[in-house]
Design a protein around this ligand. Structure first.
Ligand code: ZN
Length: 222
């Protein structure tokens, strides 16, 4: 079967806002935009299916990836054009999903730098200044260590599909119903298959609510 055509991936017509200093938990805009962010990548097949979903639907996503998971190398060729067009943005989630608050300053830098180098060499983009601390664990000290190498925007969330662990499809849809709202940063995961079975429903929910998906670069002017 021939692959379905790729929709045009032009940036949405939204007014950009200045990137706030420090932690990001939402989008300071009155635009009807949703930042759907997706983390980790422990299941290579889920990584592939998310990329396919982005490619066929035109949905704009931000992946906070851990380069230590093999799926990012295995499917780099599939993902690269979407990254190059800006439809999918890559953020830094540390190399090995480390809890930053348990590391020394040098350890924080090493985890972010190794993943940074992987993203630059594999995808040809610079993820700075956006990073997501694994488990959301961060404090002023880890923020400062990250900022020392240009990672000045710890990107948290306001709403979760709660699928870092296995979660049934209906629960994921319920959480999307709760959190897919204007100006929200929502977190999901590339770890378990159920979310991939409800992509059409998630896409329909976004359409029904009149939302436009955006990457962080789509909405923030740095
Ligand atoms: Zn994570």
């Amino acid at each position: 079967m021939a692959p379905s055509p790729t929709p045009p991936a032009t940036a949405p017509a939204v007014t950009k806002v200045p990137l706030p200093a420090g932690v990001i938990t939402g989008l300071p805009t009155s635009e009807q935009v949703l930042a759907w962010t997706v983390d980790d990548g422990s299941d290579s097949e889920v990584v592939r299916l998310y990329i396919e979903f982005a490619r066929t639907s035109g949905t704009r996503l931000t992946f906070f990836l851990n380069g230590s998971y093999p799926g990012w190398s295995e499917h780099a060729k599939l993902l690269r054009p979407l990254v190059a067009s800006g439809q999918v943005q890559l953020g830094n989630h540390t190399w090995s999903h480390a809890a930053l608050t348990s590391l020394s300053d040098a350890g924080v830098v090493a985890e972010l730098q190794r993943n940074h180098d992987f993203i630059v060499s594999t995808f040809g983009v610079d993820p700075r200044p956006y990073y997501r601390p694994p488990y959301g664990y961060r404090d002023a000290r880890t923020d400062a260590a990250a900022a020392s190498i240009g990672y000045t925007s710890p990107t948290m969330w306001y709403g979760s599909l709660a699928d870092s662990e296995h979660r049934p499809e209906q629960e994921i849809l319920g959480l999307a119903g709760e959190w897919f709202l204007p100006a929200h940063v929502v977190i999901g995961h590339l770890n378990f298959l159920p979310v991939t079975r409800v992509f059409p429903q998630l896409e329909q929910l976004i359409t029904d609510r009149g939302l436009t998906t955006v990457t962080l670069n789509d909405i923030f002017r740095s």
